[in-house]
Design a protein around this ligand. Structure first.
Ligand code: 6PG
Length: 496
């Protein structure tokens, strides 16, 4: 019997679709699922005339694969992955490859990679983005692991992945061990930011202008024009889903949906990683916090009876004007959020020796994935021109956006706040830009001196106060001092 070139474990909808996608690209595929009835149903309904072999035991599955065996896991992230690895490796041979395609935590992937490498197996942890449709028609893929492991599946991955408009496949070798899952995690963090930023625009339109969901959908739909900087999958589906009516009724479905956003964890991990690496990502953090706040529906219901709702006496706001301001504000807020995500990638690349190629990563997000957007073409060009760019915000093509749109973002924030709309991600994006644009953070000066006052923690002063351009850490042009706050005359002493 013809051996299969690839095996897939886990026949949820994603798994089924990925198997069909691989078969469609010419591959012989074996599939296995823990619950045999699912495999039977898949075999009956979807693969009668296809080069997909259903198998009903792990032994049969492993045996049906050509060597070196390549097995894609699409099981629930977490313990299930470890359990499965333990079950399958006794049946496999050294040099065989296991590919974890779930949204696994990157540190688990690093651990699994080391563990399996120690036993002579190859291991890839790959992010796959694009949901069920992407799995079938072409997802964006972010594989990390040994380069030799990637070489075994490069052809397959390039065939099954989405293609950008220039026909480039949305996949590239991301880096060793956990690099692929790290990049997928950041993709998801950025996804959280994008979604919340759009939601804040919608809320502002509702409260400041009194528009209906349908009217807002029409506004947002226009932002998806090919030549619009906001044009993206998330903008497209926001408009489409907000037009949807409740079944058989005239109400917009979105207005009946509970205001509770669940999450599976990738956004939280992004924030945890940012805290660990000391890289501020206020937009993404605010998006995660907003989801948390949304989940505390009971608390909000109770407290909202007591906390007065805030709204300034309605100023006359012109609809067209606010739509224009929101558009430009959203663009800059999004840029700020991506700048944060990319800064985190840069830091993680160093910390974990991922050796990330930012241009390839962004290029691979241009199609197939949830954050796919016209805007990513621009970011690709930016990193092509300057792979070591300090911040996306200062790339020449984006610096103009910062210059032109900053006052729009400020205006939008003012309008939203005066309408009583909480917009934490817009705030986060704006403040991020203001802070990066501040050569002196007065708040930090105040905090530093407060710490010295109550805890004798010391503070730094520049050696040459007349030269504020000196870069503190780099040139070591500072000295540490402490003021003896409790002594008369408050003598200052040098500490180091
Ligand atoms: C993707 C999505 C995908 C999934 C997330 C949702 O890239 O295809 O990001 O990974 O939809 O798991 O994440 P939350 O449940 O955390 O919103």
């Amino acid at each position: 019997m013809q051996k299969s070139q690839i095996g897939l474990v886990g026949l949820g909808v994603m798994g089924q679709n990925l198997a069909l996608n691989m078969e469609d690209k010419g591959y012989f595929v074996s599939v296995y699922n823990r619950t045999a009835s699912k495999t039977e149903k898949f075999a009956q309904d979807k693969i009668q005339d296809k080069k997909i072999q259903p198998t009903y035991s792990l032994e049969e599955f492993v045996d049906s694969l050509e060597r070196p065996r390549k097995v894609i896991l699409l099981v629930k992230a977490g313990q299930a992955v470890d359990d499965f690895i333990e079950k399958i490796i006794p049946l496999m041979d050294k040099g065989d490859l296991i590919i974890d395609s779930g949204n696994s935590f990157f540190k688990d992937t690093i651990r699994r990679n080391q563990y399996l490498e120690g036993k002579g197996f190859l291991f890839i942890g790959t992010g796959i983005s694009g949901g069920e449709e992407g799995a079938l028609k072409g997802p964006a893929m972010m594989p990390g692991g040994q380069k030799e492991a990637y070489n075994l599946v490069q052809d397959l991955f390039e065939k099954i992945s989405a293609k950008a408009l220039d026909n480039k496949p949305c996949v590239s070798y991301i880096g060793p061990h956990g690099a692929g899952h790290y990049v997928k995690m950041i993709h998801n963090g950025i996804e959280y930011g994008d979604m919340q930023l759009i939601g804040e625009c919608v809320w502002t339109f509702k409260k400041a202008l009194g528009l209906t969901s349908e009217e807002i959908a029409e506004i947002i739909e226009k932002w998806n024009n090919e030549d619009d900087v906001l044009s993206s999958y998330l903008i497209e589906i926001t408009a489409e889903s907000m037009k949807e009516k409740d079944k058989g009724k005239n109400n917009s479905l979105v207005d009946l949906v509970a205001d509770i956003t669940r999450m599976k964890g990738t956004g939280t991990w992004t924030v945890q990683s940012a805290l660990e690496l000391l890289v501020p990502i206020p937009t993404i953090t605010a998006a995660v916090f907003s989801r948390e706040m949304s989940q505390d529906k009971d608390l909000r219901l109770q407290l909202s009876k007591k906390i007065p709702s805030y709204r300034e006496i309605n100023k006359d706001i012109n609809r067209e004007e606010l739509v224009g301001i929101a558009h430009d504000a959203l663009y800059l807020a999004k840029l700020s959020s991506y700048a944060q995500g990319m800064a985190l990638l840069q830091a993680a690349s160093e910390k974990y020796n991922f050796n990330l190629n930012l241009k390839n990563i962004v290029e691979g997000w241009r199609a197939g994935c949830i954050i796919r957007a016209q805007f990513l073409d621009e970011i690709t060009k930016v990193y092509q021109d300057n792979p070591k760019l300090l911040s996306l915000l200062v790339a020449p093509r984006f610096l103009d956006v910062v210059k032109n749109n900053l006052s729009k973002l400020a205006q939008f924030i003012g309008i939203a706040h005066s309408a009583g709309v909480p917009i934490p991600t817009m705030d986060g994006s704006f403040d991020y830009i203001l802070q990066l644009g501040s050569p002196t953070m007065v708040s930090a000066q105040v905090t530093a001196i407060q710490r010295d006052f109550f805890g004798a923690h010391g503070y730094f002063k520049l050696k040459d106060m007349d030269n504020p351009e000196m870069i503190l850490n780099k040139d070591k042009q500072w000295k540490e001092f402490h003021t003896q706050w409790m002594l008369p005359g408050r003598p200052e002493e040098e500490w180091s």
